[in-house]
Design a protein. Structure first.
Length: 141
């Protein structure tokens, strides 16, 4: 089998396994919900447009909208129109979301220590660079 094809198959399997493990271990958040809170927390003014969140996570804008509705109901995020354009809606990190994110980051750190073998920093850094390169090339196709 072509080594690149095997890599993509293995990557897909690893992503599924890790995503399922994270979904069970992040204190009630799914991994995608965690990512939304993470990107909001690391954004300017703790808010982003829905389309920008979708781009960061790799989902469609409608998929993000479906995810955000229940997150708004439980006060992890809040949304509202942009100050200079009522047609654009921003999503903002709510205090409850910040609290959940802090707890999830602690849990994720523990999970990472359990999952990633010790002394693999250089290999992880190289793999991360490769994944960024692959992602960038994929977007250009």
């Amino acid at each position: 089998m072509n080594q690149s094809i095997k890599f993509f198959i293995d990557l897909s399997k690893a992503q599924t396994i890790l995503s399922n493990r994270f979904d069970r271990g992040l204190g009630g958040l799914s991994f995608n919900e965690f990512l939304i809170l993470f990107y909001l927390d690391n954004s300017e003014n703790k808010k982003m447009r829905r389309i920008d969140i979708a781009e960061k996570i790799g989902l469609t804008a409608s998929g993000i909208t479906r995810m955000l509705l229940p997150m708004e109901k439980v006060r992890l995020v809040k949304s509202g129109p942009a100050e200079n354009d009522a047609r654009v809606r921003f999503v903002e990190l709510a205090p409850g979301g910040k609290e959940q994110l802090t707890e999830a980051l602690k849990r994720l750190e523990i999970l990472a220590e359990e999952i990633i073998p010790k002394n693999k920093d250089a290999q992880i850094e190289n793999l991360a660079k490769l994944l960024v390169e692959i992602s960038g090339r994929t977007l250009m196709i």
